[in-house]
Write a protein that binds this ligand. Sequence first.
Ligand code: ASP
Length: 308
Amino acid sequence: MSTYALAIHGGAGTIAPELMSATREKAYREALERALRSGHAILKDGGKALDAVEAAVRVLEDSPLFNAGRGAVFNADGQHEMDASLMNGRDLRAGAVAGVQNVKNPVQLARRVMENSDHVLISGNGAFEFAHKQKVVLEDDQYFFDDFRYQQWKEVAGSTSVRLDHSEGDRKFGTVGAVALDQHGDLAAATSTGGMTNKRWQRIGDSPIIGAGTYANNESCAVSCTGHGESFIRAVAAHDVHALMAYKGLSLAEAVRVVVHEKLPPLDGDGGLIAVDRAGNLVLDFNCSGMYRGHVGVDAVFHTAIFR
Ligand code: ASP
């Protein structure tokens, strides 16, 4: 069997062990493992990296614990606007959606954009119309209602304060993502988010921006980011990891270290990323106190972690 590997994240931020109950930690770890298992089942049987990252992200989108899909945060109007993207490293095809509402699995819609449209990124009402046409599953507002998220929003509603949902004391969960290498040697990455709590003006973060929050190229690596989106866009973070490998010959670990610990911090870029290279090396790194994360390879040992 050729090698394969999968890594996932569920957001990075100020995540401290003393603020997390054992029950909550268990719930997070179980959700992460479920996502890993769904992606692993595909890779083990010789399936595609693209299918594996989509499957893993969908599991995380279906969990209310993470800021994506069902658990998406509230925007300033008390709505949920979600962003997602995915990219195929073999042919550099990509699909993304921004500011979509009522779509159960935004990553699935991003995949449809890639496969069934002439575009890479679509947004808002247009994306909703496309979702209808594609017959993806839609849910009413109630599906996305979570009391915890609602209280979180209430604290800042009516103000101009915009928050990363996982960087407020014990508020800590986030954007989700996955990267994979399959047995055919192909790489893929996917990212999905509800963005920032209380966001206005149809703000869009890095997650649906190819090169910023998501990037995959068989020449080098696949990357999915989480953190302060504005900074990741300015750093073109995901593509920068690729560029450091492709143009400078850095290893995956070294390229990720440069981006996460040297390039992002001066731009206020709190957060982290997960990445895999064409040899199946995995790097899960962050410059804050924690990141929900997990990985699995050919040994089928499911690793999950939260704190540093
Ligand atoms: N990067 C996401 C955004 O800025 C947020 C996150 O990673 O939690 O929309």
